[in-house]
Design a protein around this ligand. Structure first.
Ligand code: SF4
Length: 227
C-alpha cells in the first residue's frame, strides 16, 4: 500500500482556513517535549488557536516528566511573549528567522497527570519490541486517545500530535490511529500531519539551539532508554 503524504492532507485544511472558508479552528496539540513542539507550534500557530496537552505516562520517571514539562511551559512563554510584543509594539522576535504575523496566536497548555502505570499496564508483553514496533503503536494510541477525550470535554475541534515530527516515529501509523479514534469522537476531528516533511525536524533543531531547550537523548520509556 502506498504511503499517504499527511503533510499534503494538512495543507488542504490550512488552505481552507487561509481562504477564510472556515473560522480559525482550535486544536488540542498533544506534545511529547519542547524540542518536538518548537516547530509544530511555530507552524500551527498561524492557522489554529493552540492548546497544548502535555500527557506522557510513558516517561521513565517523575523527575524526567517534570523536566520536559517545565521546558514545554518555558517555550510556550517565549512564543507568547513574541506575540504580545508584536501586538503591543509591532516588534518582531530576534530569534532565528522566526516571524510573527497578525495571525499568530497565543498558546495555552493543559498539564496531564503523570500516572506511569497507565503505560506499563498497556505495554505488558510488548516490552522487547524494537522502537517503531507494536509497543510504540500502543504508546501512540494511549496518548492520542486521552487527547481526544480532553478535546471532547473542552469543546476543541481538532486533535494533533507532535509525534509525527520525529524521523524515529511511524507517521503513517500515528495518522491511521488518529483517524480511527476521530471516527468515534463526535465533533472532534483528527488533524493529519507529518511535521518532518518540510524540514520540520531540522527546524526543530535550530529552534532548540536558539532557545537552549533541553533535548533528551531517548524517546521516553525505560525500554528506549536502554536501547
Ligand atoms: S520508544 Fe517512545 S514511542 Fe515507543 S513505547 Fe517507548 S516512549 Fe513510547
Amino acid at each position: 500500500m502506498n504511503n499517504v503524504n499527511y503533510q499534503k492532507e494538512l495543507d488542504k485544511i490550512t488552505a481552507v482556513i487561509e481562504e477564510g472558508r472556515i473560522n480559525r479552528p482550535k486544536v488540542l496539540l498533544h506534545a511529547c517535549c519542547a524540542p518536538c513542539s518548537s516547530y509544530c507550534m511555530e507552524y500551527l500557530r498561524e492557522f489554529f488557536d493552540i492548546t497544548v496537552f502535555y500527557f506522557n505516562p510513558n516517561i521513565t520517571s517523575e523527575a524526567e516528566y517534570t523536566k520536559r514539562l517545565d521546558e514545554e511551559i518555558r517555550l510556550i512563554g517565549i512564543y507568547n511573549d513574541q506575540v504580545t510584543r508584536y501586538r503591543e509594539a509591532g516588534l518582531q522576535p530576534d530569534a532565528c528567522d522566526m516571524k510573527v504575523t497578525d495571525n499568530t496566536g497565543l498558546i495555552k497548555i493543559i498539564r496531564g497527570d503523570y500516572i506511569p502505570g497507565q503505560f506499563s499496564e498497556r505495554v505488558k508483553g510488548y516490552e522487547d519490541c524494537p522502537e517503531r514496533g507494536a509497543r510504540c503503536h500502543i504508546c501512540y494510541e494511549l496518548r492520542i486517545a486521552e487527547t481526544f477525550k480532553i478535546a471532547r470535554e473542552a469543546g476543541i475541534e481538532y486533535v494533533a500530535t507532535t509525534l509525527t515530527l520525529s524521523p524515529l516515529k511511524d507517521a503513517q501509523k500515528i495518522n491511521e490511529i488518529g483517524y480511527r479514534l476521530g471516527e468515534g469522537s463526535g465533533d472532534v476531528k483528527w488533524l493529519p500531519s507529518d511535521f518532518k516533511k518540510r524540514e520540520g525536524y531540522k527546524r526543530s533543531i535550530e529552534l532548540s539551539a536558539e532557545f537552549g531547550l533541553y533535548r533528551q537523548n531517548y524517546c521516553g520509556c525505560v525500554y528506549s532508554k536502554r536501547e
